[in-house]
Ligand binder design. Structure first.
Ligand code: NAD
Ligand code: MLT
Length: 311
């Protein structure tokens, strides 16, 4: 049996494959699309993170392919329709990186509120500007969370501890769950209009693509700060740049982008009051071990014809 691994995943996860008899684990990161088509030809399983684009052509080229494991949450880099048509299972690790992503979101929010990256850059360049970097407190501010799933919920819990008022928008948020979290169940319009900070935690779908676009930026509270640690494209980057330039948005912190890696000359790179990280939400030792182990165990079960979860 051959397991092809095309993105970096934790060694602890790879060791799980030793449970299988007679298995070859082939780790080949940075493959070109043509090399990937060749490498997948004799693979029984494929393991990826978000970097490998698993297209219909890749799935078709995997003549022995039974299962694709995504060491993480979002499966938007995998052509699910093509996998379903060919009977290839797609398995993810839905909760292994929840805390890492929630903590990264919080780090972004505090960094925005207190200008930490900009003040750091300034100090390293030899300056000592105490007046320039006066921030705001989180206590007493309103945070809108768009998408109250696993990560949104963990962000809400942390925001409550910081004394924030939390507005939650999610079509599946029940009044009982909102009450138990101390979150005000809100409409999208109300959440966007009332918030001092907005953070998005939905998947990227047709409905959430440009959920915050130029028209929505007209309805925000002036001075709002915006965070996207979910998926590039939920917030319209071009509209965001315009809103930052007009001063309607006071700051933005983005971990994910409409196109990754972010272009060297992307306008966001030239904006003031912007904090950018290169898709690091899940990049903790703990989260990477969790997702790799979760997904590897499920793949082993599939290859042994045993019951599995998270397909
Ligand atoms: P989840 O499935 O637990 O939660 C997503 C929530 O979004 C659900 O509650 C769902 O009801 C809600 N939702 C769906 N459509 C919506 C809409 N139109 N409006 C409002 N809410 C809507 O997922 P999660 O684990 O919390 O992950 C959230 C996002 O974070 C995903 O996009 C995931 O890929 C991303 N993520 C990013 C990183 C990173 O490295 N930056 C790490 C982990 C997850
Ligand atoms: C995810 O969806 O799990 C994240 O984008 C993190 C990752 O790709 O590792």
């Amino acid at each position: 049996m051959k397991i092809l691994v095309t993105d970096d995943i934790s060694q602890t996860g790879l060791e799980v494959f030793e449970e299988l008899d007679d298995v070859e684990v082939s780790v080949q990161t940075s493959l070109s699309p043509a090399e990937l088509l060749e490498a997948i030809a004799d693979a029984d399983a494929l393991v990826v993170r978000s970097q490998t684009n698993v297209t219909a052509d890749v799935i078709a080229a995997g003549r022995r392919l039974k299962v694709i494991g995504r060491a993480g949450v979002g499966v938007d880099n995998i052509d699910l329709e093509a996998a379903t048509k060919r009977g290839v299972l797609v398995i993810n690790a839905p909760d292994g990186n929840t805390i890492a992503a929630a903590e990264h979101t919080f780090a972004m929010m505090i960094s925005l509120a207190r200008h930490i990256p900009a003040a750091n850059r300034d100090l390293l360049s030899g300056k000592w500007n105490r007046k320039r970097w006066v921030g705001v407190e989180l206590r007493g501010k309103t945070l809108a969370i768009l998408g109250m799933g696993r990560i949104g919920t963990e962000v809400a819990k942390r925001a409550k501890v910081f004394g924030m008022q939390v507005l939650g928008y999610d079509p599946f948020l029940t009044q009982e769950r909102a009450d138990s979290l101390g979150v005000v169940k809100s409409t999208l319009e109300n959440a966007i209009a009332e918030a001092d900070f907005i953070t998005v935690h939905t998947p990227l779908t047709k409905e959430t693509h440009h959920l915050i676009d130029a028209a929505r930026f007209q309805t925000v509270k002036p001075g709002v700060r915006i965070i996207n640690c979910a998926r590039g494209g939920i917030i319209d980057e071009r509209a965001l740049c315009a809103a930052l330039q007009e001063g309607v948005v006071a700051g933005a912190a983005f971990d994910v982008f409409e196109s990754e890696p972010l272009d060297a000359d992307h306008p966001l790179r030239r904006m003031e009051n912007v904090i950018l990280t290169p898709h690091l939400g899940a990049s903790t030792i703990e989260a990477q071990e969790n997702v790799a182990i979760q997904v590897a165990h499920q793949i082993v079960r599939v290859l042994k014809d045993e019951p599995f979860e998270h397909a």
